[in-house]
Design a protein around this ligand. Structure first.
Ligand code: PLP
Length: 356
């Protein structure tokens, strides 16, 4: 029996989307490849609420986080962290020799507009990287408020990690003014893992010209230039199979309607939060909770590992806490293909297994 995934990635993939992965290969320099790749970009723009160019990479999301840091930082980057994935921004800079500073919030607390303003007002930075949705703590950062601060700094390139929220939570990329919005296939987009996606603004593109060593594989400028010149074909051979799947999945998302999709995620989030309040507790500051997963405080001191073993026998699996939060928290993802019925099912099964 297949296990239904309530973990924050990889997530459930619809059968017809999986089936698309077994279609025969096509030449990635053919006219049909251009058509496929252009259709994918057009539909991704609708999901990410942007007119910016869409770039794809055959890698997981971290590839484009690295690409964003390397390609956009000409001077120095400010890295804001609210958990494990925020730390990754800083690690990427350090390991690439990109000058950067690290700004961390208390566990369960957001990156505040005041923190961003205080850092940027020093004039030291030309790039800022902020997590949109932190998968280790279940925080969605206040991007609307941060966007107000960013308006004071029109020359700074804003990179956002929306790996675990894009296509589930509503992110108004252009209205916010996010310059490089990064996501990947295996979370709220509900595709198999294997490709990274980013929306790149003209401002970010122009910045890349000022950066000498942008790397090779994740050079955002090179990818951008090649898809313009070669009609949406890529610098290297892309994973054609995931592109077939993405094409079908984006059509399914258009059928659902992007606004309906965002609403479905909000409804699932509200349900799981209410359930967590009744039986356990919520880990993070309630004003900033994620739309795509809930991190639940293990107030009863249960064994999350044992609970998951029992759930797996019943054909479902949740996420243990991330890193240091293992056993102290557990995570229920409510993203991608999952529905309200799934939320009722997992919570009822947890209550039944634990005899609550
Ligand atoms: C999963 C995740 C990543 C890493 O993405 P990969 O596709 O595994 O490289 C980065 N940031 C956040 C917030 C994530 O949830």
């Amino acid at each position: 029996m297949a296990t239904k995934l309530f973990i924050p990635g990889p997530t459930e993939v619809a059968p017809e989307v999986l089936a698309a992965m077994s279609l025969p290969m096509m030449g990635h320099r053919s006219k049909v490849a251009s058509e496929l790749q252009r259709r994918i970009s057009d539909n991704l723009r609708r999901v990410l609420l942007t007119k910016n160019e869409i770039l794809l990479s055959t890698s997981s999301g971290t590839g484009f986080m690295e690409g964003a840091v390397r390609s956009c930082t000409a001077k120095r980057a400010a890295m804001f962290s609210v958990g494990a994935f925020g730390k990754k921004w800083y690690k990427i800079a350090k390991m690439n020799g990109v000058p950067a500073d690290f700004f961390e919030s208390e566990p369960g607390e957001p990156t505040t507009p005041e923190m961003v303003d205080a850092a940027l007002s020093t004039g030291k930075y030309d790039t800022v990287c902020i997590t949109h949705n932190e998968t280790s703590t279940g925080i969605q950062n206040p991007f609307e408020e941060i966007a107000e601060v960013m308006k004071k700094y029109p020359d700074i390139v804003w990179c956002a990690d929306a790996v675990s929220s894009a296509a589930g939570a509503k992110i108004e990329t252009d209205k916010l003014g996010v310059d490089v919005l990064v996501t990947s296939t295996q979370k709220a987009l509900a595709l198999p893992p294997g490709m990274a996606i980013c929306a790149l603004s003209q401002k970010a593109y122009e910045r890349t010209a000022k950066v000498e060593n942008r790397g090779c594989y994740f050079d955002l400028r090179d990818i951008y230039d090649v898809i313009q010149k070669k009609d949406y074909q890529y610098t290297n051979t892309p994973c054609v199979s995931i592109m077939y799947a993405m094409d079908i999945q984006l059509q399914r998302i258009m059928q659902e309607g992007v606004e309906n999709r965002f609403k479905r995620h909000e409804e699932m989030a509200a349900f799981v939060r209410a359930w967590a309040d009744e039986y356990f507790g919520i880990f993070s500051n309630r004003k900033y909770l994620s739309k795509t997963l809930t991190v639940i405080k293990n107030t009863r001191g249960i064994s999350v590992g044992d609970l998951n073993k029992e759930l797996i026998k019943r054909g479902m699996q949740l996420g243990n806490g991330y890193g240091d939060f293992k056993e102290k928290t557990f995570r229920i993802a409510h993203m991608g293909e999952l529905t309200m019925d799934d939320m009722r099912s997992i919570t009822e099964n947890i209550v039944d297994i634990l005899g609550l």
